[in-house]
Design a protein. Structure first.
Length: 280
């Protein structure tokens, strides 16, 4: 679904992010082969709750986290860790500085499907790319180390569209482990929904649309309990953490979803944190 949204965003005249591989993932999977991948394939345009408004949200999110990772890499991070990388192609499509390694953490079947499609396209990475097959609900650090991750090197960590699906314990482990493995100058960004699932969320047209049209119940996949305050946890560990809403970036870029009454997107938060360099 996110790949389809990125494909649609890629072909917009006012695109915020371009992913030339996204539509190929959508077409390669039988379940999604008929989904739209271009704006002209969405008759109602931005008025369509799913392929208009929600897709614009994913396009904006892609751009914001692209910018975060490139800013971190140009600021000295030489390792990038993508939690729940899915069909992310940042290793191929972003202009990385020399010497950056991108670690893609996800389940083995997802990474295998992704690799088959990329191999068929003859895709080449612009950074060293290391897929790491792992279940992020469990201890993922040994698998990351086995992929060649070096704890003493500044790292940019990204959990895009992930932590709301994890248990609170798994989210806390993710933050704690990232902190332990992070050298000074490392950065971390993630997306969260601080409030637990509500009846209004279940009934919102963004989620009823995914259930009715794609047979995907996103709300059922969210962990139902209260989320931990990971931004406060990071601050207690010495990181500086800033929390933003998606609409902050809609205003910045002049594109993306605008606030609506009783808006479930208003619950979303994007957190950006940095670990200060070691003194001395």
């Amino acid at each position: 679904m996110v790949a389809a949204a990125r494909a649609i965003e890629t072909h917009r005249a006012d695109s915020l992010a371009e992913d030339p591989y996204a539509e190929h993932f959508v077409r390669a999977a039988p379940v999604s082969a008929g989904w739209p991948v271009r704006p002209e394939e969405v008759p109602d345009g931005d008025a369509d709750p799913l392929w208009g408004r929600l897709a614009r949200y994913f396009g904006l999110r892609t751009r914001v986290f692209d910018d975060f990772l490139l800013r971190s890499a140009h600021g000295g991070a030489r390792q990038v860790v993508l939690f729940g990388a899915g069909l992310d192609t940042r290793a191929m499509r972003l202009d990385w500085p020399t010497g950056v390694t991108v670690f893609e953490l996800d389940r083995a079947p997802v990474l295998a499907f992704k690799q088959r499609v990329l191999d068929g396209l003859g895709a080449r990475s612009r950074a060293a790319r290391v897929p790491v097959a792992v279940d992020l609900g469990h201890d993922w650090a040994p698998a990351l180390a086995g992929g060649g991750f070096t704890p003493g090197v500044p790292t940019a960590w990204l959990a895009e569209g992930l932590v709301m699906y994890l248990t609170p314990e798994a989210e806390q482990r993710l933050v704690r482990t990232a902190d332990l493995l992070s050298a000074g100058g490392s950065t971390l960004a993630y997306e969260t929904k601080p409030r637990p699932t509500s009846p209004a969320m279940v009934a919102d047209q963004l989620y009823t649309g995914t259930r009715a049209r794609l047979d995907i119940d996103l709300v059922a996949l969210f962990d139902p309990g209260p989320r931990p305050d990971s931004a406060a946890d990071l601050a207690a560990r010495g990181w500086s953490a800033t929390t933003r809403t998606p609409f902050d970036f809609t205003a910045r870029h002049g594109r993306g979803p605008a606030p609506e009454p009783d808006d479930v997107l208003a619950d979303n938060r994007w957190v950006f944190a940095e670990k200060p360099p070691a003194s001395g």
